[in-house]
Design a protein. Structure first.
Length: 278
């Protein structure tokens, strides 16, 4: 059916937008002694890093008998699971895996990078489950994404930032990975305006935000990994950043009341332990 038959002939929307150059500020990375300790504690106490037990344990969980992997991990039931896994039925081993990813603060510095990071986080979380390909030679063909886009359209630079982020995710990254995005939604009025007690107009504008939910069907849910360390476990550092170690929009920048430049790198000083680089 032609769309004009179904919807009539609504006026076509045209937007005249311009890109805004975003320049983050520098993060003080010369941390030693007490300053390094204080920064580490500030990162670990931040709500986006700290334990979510206070929230997770409010409601019931693992109800119904079809939850194979819930958020609680190990004998001490710590809520650190990367992926949720459910069973299809009570008799078989087939099931589904779901994971999420988001990197909203980074969009204030580099919106397309925040979209790519959100997809990357969702995928690295999902791959804790034994995901199997649907097509030979396409290891991620069994993965589907749901993208929830949020932006303050109409604000200077935000429409262009949204366009650039959608292009980076939907036209560049996902096709290169062999992943499809069959579903999603958008909220394009992410702003709040009010008048304060002095009669001054105030406004808060949200940067472009993307929440990615990744899904995959599993023929066998056994083999799902958790972050629990066992005796003899080894920790491996996989440098997904290609040695660039960029910290723009990172939690370290946030706790230091900074945004971080997009290309800022953190190089380890001679003699400092390697884990300080992450």
């Amino acid at each position: 059916m032609p769309m004009e038959v179904l919807l009539g002939k609504p006026p076509r929307m045209t937007r005249d937008v311009a890109r805004v150059v975003r320049r983050g500020d520098d993060v003080d990375l010369s941390l030693e002694g007490d300053a390094l300790r204080d920064a580490a504690y500030a990162v670990l106490r931040h709500p986006s890093v700290a334990s979510k037990r206070f929230l997770v344990t409010i409601g019931d969980r693992t109800v119904g008998g079809l939850s194979h992997r819930d958020q609680m991990v190990g004998p001490w039931q710590v809520p650190v699971a990367d992926v949720a896994v459910t069973l299809t039925d009570l008799a078989g081993l087939a099931g589904q895996a779901m994971a999420t990813g988001e990197r909203m603060p980074l969009a204030a510095v580099d919106a397309p990078a925040s979209g790519r990071m959100a997809v990357g986080e969702a995928m690295t979380n999902l791959l804790a489950a034994p995901v199997t390909p649907l097509e030979a030679g396409a290891p991620l063909s069994g993965v589907k994404l749901s993208c929830n886009w949020m932006a303050a359209c109409g604000e200077p630079g935000e429409d262009a930032a949204l366009y650039d982020t959608v292009r980076a995710v939907a036209l560049e990254l996902c096709p290169a990975l062999g992943i499809s995005v069959p579903v999603g939604k958008d909220s394009l009025s992410m702003r709040a305006r009010w008048t304060d007690g002095d009669g001054q107009e105030q406004a808060v504008v949200s940067p472009v935000s993307l929440v990615v939910s990744a899904f995959a069907s599993l023929p066998d849910v056994r083999g799902t990994l958790t972050p629990q360390l066992h005796e003899g476990s080894e920790l491996l550092l996989v440098d997904l950043g290609g040695g660039r170690d960029r910290l723009g929009g990172s939690i370290l920048a946030q706790v230091g009341a900074a945004s971080g430049a997009p290309s800022r790198t953190w190089t380890t000083r001679r003699g400092s332990p390697g884990w300080l680089r992450r």
